[in-house]
Each structure stands twice: as structure tokens, then as C-alpha cells.
Design a binder for this molecule. Sequence first.
Ligand code: ATP
Length: 439
Amino acid sequence: MDVNKEELFDKVVNLSKRRGFVFQSAEIYGGFRSTYDYGPVGVLLLRNVKEQWWRSMVQFRQDVVGLDAAILSPPAIWEASGHLTNFTDPLVDCRECGSRFRQDKLEDQNKCPSCGANSSFTEARQFNLMFKTNAGPVIDSAAEVYLRPETAQGMFTNFTNVLNTSRKKPPFGIAQIGKSFRNEITPGNFVFRTREFEQMEMEYFVPPSDSDKWFEYWCKERMDWYLNLGMKEDSLRLRVHDKDELSHYSRATSDIEFSFPWGWDELEGIANRTDYDLNQHAKASGNRLEYNDSGSGERYVPHVIEPAAGATRTAMAFLMDAYEEEEVNGEVRNVLKLDHRLSPYKVAVLPLSKKDELIEPSKEVLNLVQPHWMCDYDQTQAIGRRYRRQDEIGTPYCVTIDFETLEDKAVTVRERDSMHQDRVPVLELIEYLSSRLVP
Ligand code: ATP
């Protein structure tokens, strides 16, 4: 059954709350606008998105190493990077209703989306998106620090540390996953744009003359990552930035965009940042940030290709892309057809009934399976309803223990998408699941 695009958004938001993916933050206090908490299944989905990124960007590559840099950072970093002056969005106020908007995201530059007034906007002011706070007990300007608005700068400021300790040489990359904070003027669309979010970024340092080649390479590599994790080809596109759209440091940028219910919007930006960042930090800190090849004597400032993705935004896109409704025996079945690597639980262990004699063998099956995969265990309600619940949170395999299990020492394994069922001896269960649940 086709799910209407307009309805898809509400359905996924509703499912997120109902099944424990995402909750409004501070809900018992009326909610804290634009911040969200990830519930029992949401935290697993988010971890899996990040884990898959880490596997493809770090684990499977000998040319990329990881980093986990601090969130709190001194103004010097942001002065050098240009964020103190340039990390701004144009802010306009409606003179009629007082609502505030990010001017470049307004559909109609002359009409207020809140009250409909015409030509009621003030002149645009540049609003800096960084959150400022104070470190230490003395609240004065010397103690000012910023919450990082992107993870990237930690990779640049640690360039020499990583180079010296990892024994890598260009082309090589530094990857990082972590929280970033932006005081967005108009957060919204659920977790698409929030003030606190998680990013997955990698800075790939290359010899200057090779930067165009590596830029193309990373555009393709990153598109393939989404497709390989089951995102539909129709849902994705690569949008090349026009020359007048490029940031001041960028030689080329392309966005990977997803077809959200409100239209195409960014999941990830891939930029050729040239030697801008290393040069800026070298100038401001007085430290040389360059590569010195002891063999050839060659010395140069590497250029940087940066694939920068949002983990929380990407998790939401995977949810939207995977949501399907099917008619089964005259009833609607909601199913999240997530790639099993992203599914919160890989296996649900379900005793057919709550009778004592089934509980012990069910716990034995659970103990057998849970060292290998994230499992859910559920013994309440009719089995059909429990299957539906697992379908709705995307669990690829349900293992049911029934009265026959006591005789034949076998269980029923039901696959989510086909609903096909196999009878599998308990002794062969791990092998059966292992051949289907590849990491
Ligand atoms: P936008 O134009 O949407 O504000 P951006 O181009 O400033 O985003 P980048 O600085 O390139 O975004 O950040 C890289 C990625 O981080 C984005 O593609 C997105 O996935 C994620 N991201 C950025 N801002 C937010 C936010 N406020 N909430 C959630 N994710 C975000």
C-alpha cells in the first residue's frame, strides 16, 4: 500500500512516540522545544547508524583513524575557523506577530508563515548560531567558552598529534562522531533540525594536486553507504552546489539529499575545504600544520575533503524510508523494513504462552541468542499482536517457543518482510541466524 507523503511524516512521528524511538525532551514539564530524547528502541537505531558509519569509515579502512575531541572549546578556535564572524544565519522578525524566521528558508520572502501578513519583515540581521557559556566559577569574558557547532575543528587542531601518533601520511583521514550544538533560529520538522544533534564527520587530508579526484571519490563512496544500507535509490540524490552557493573556503561542495515529506533536504554535505582550515589554525596558533615527508623531503599543507553527515537526521531518514503499510488478511500491517544492521533488535524471543513450562525454555533460548545480537523478550499478549509490535519496530526475526518445542527441541523463526516461518532446531539456531544477520 502506498503511504501518502503528507501522512508519512505524522505516522512516523506518532510511531516514534508510541513505540519508544523518540520522545519530546522534558515532556513532563510541558516539553523543551526542539530537543528530543531517544527512547529504548531509538537509542539502538541511532547507535546502529553510527556503528555502520564507523565500520565503513574507520574499521574497514587503514587510511582513516578515529578521534573524540572535546565539546567545550576556547574562543581562539572559533576565531581562527571563522565561525565567530561567519557562522551566522539571516534573522528576520515579523512586525505584526513577532515571530522570527531564518530568511533564507522562507518560502515567500514577503509573507509571514505564522500570521500571513505581507511585507511585515524587519531587515535581516546576522545571528550567530554558536552557544556560549562560561567555564569555571568566575563569570567574565575571560571565561567564555563555546559549545562546538560542528565536530570538524577538533580534527584540524589535532592534525599534528594524529599525524605523529598514527604514522599515517596523506591521503589519510580523521573521523569523529559526536554532539554538536547550534542555536538554530527555526528548528523543526521533528529531529530534522534541532539545537542539539549528533554529527558523523571525517576530514580527509590529501596532497593538494589530488583534491578534485578525492572529492569525487568521497561523493560516490558516501552515496553508496546509504544505498548499501537499503535506502531506496529514488529517495536519494546528489546535488552539486552552484559556484555562488559555495562557502568562502570551499572549492566544491555537493549535498546528499533525501526526499523528505516536505521535499528534498540535506542529509550530508561533502566539501573540498582546500587548505583553509589548517592554514587558519597555523596562522592563529603559531604552529606549523603541514606534512613533512622525511623520505622525499617534500613539505606541504594538505587539502581537505570533508564528508559531514548528521547522525540524528540520518536515523530519521532511514525511519521514513523504511516505513511501509501492507494489507494482510484484511488488516493493515505497519512494518519498518529497515536493513537488519540498523534494526534496533535483531531477534525477538517470544514464548507462545505465559504458561510456566514455556518460560524456562524461552529463557534458555534468550540466553543462547543474546550474547550474539540485541534481543527483545516479550511474553505478554496474543502472539499475533506481538508479531505486529516487532514488525513496527523493524525486528527482522521473531523466535517463538511453543508446546512442541518441549518435544522436538525446535523453535519457529518468522522473518519480518516475507512473514515466512521456518522450524529450526535450537541447536542450529545460532548458525541459522548468523547466516542471515551479517554485521
Ligand atoms: P543546514 O543548511 O540544513 O542548516 P548545514 O549545511 O549548515 O545544514 P553542515 O554544517 O554541513 O549543515 O552539517 C553537516 C550535517 O550535520 C548536515 O548535513 C546535517 O545532517 C547535520 N546537521 C546540521 N545542522 C543540524 C541540526 N540543526 N539538526 C540536526 N542535524 C543537523
